[in-house]
Design a protein around this ligand. Structure first.
Ligand code: ZN
Length: 135
């Protein structure tokens, strides 16, 4: 049991994609612009959806529990589902409320959906992999 937990911890820490899951993405479906869930290979968004918010695409934040995240802002992420109640508590973007964005396939937490007059996704960048990382 302890060994299993340790393996899970090492796996998560090193952020190594699980090969057997990545094989699910057929080569014909690989698209240079697409970004995939690091756990299951589901197509989440693409580089063409990258946007700047508050002057930058990438941001680093620490939540009230002390966890730090490095995120990128995307206009849309069709591979995500929304989870949880919309709140503006501790929002990292002024004027925006948020809820969780999960992988629609494996339900891994990938980031947050931000809502105000407009909507965008803040996705944790080391939980996305690009086509080049499949090779
Ligand atoms: Zn996934």
């Amino acid at each position: 049991m302890e060994v299993l937990l340790l393996k899970r911890f090492i796996f998560k820490t090193l952020n190594i994609p699980r090969l057997q899951d990545l094989i699910r993405v057929k080569e014909s479906e690989l698209d240079d612009n697409k970004l995939y869930c690091f756990l299951c290979g589901n197509a989440i968004t693409s580089t063409s959806e990258r946007i700047s918010v508050d002057g930058a695409h990438e941001h680093s934040f620490t939540n009230p529990h002390g966890y730090s995240f490095h995120i990128g802002c995307f206009r849309n992420a069709p591979g995500c589902i929304q989870e949880g109640i919309v709140t503006d508590d501790f929002s990292w973007f002024k004027g925006y409320s948020w809820r969780y964005a999960l992988c629609a396939d494996c339900q891994q937490h990938l980031g947050w959906i931000y809502d105000s007059q407009d909507q965008f996704y803040g996705l944790i960048l080391d939980r996305l992999i690009s086509t080049s990382e499949f090779n």
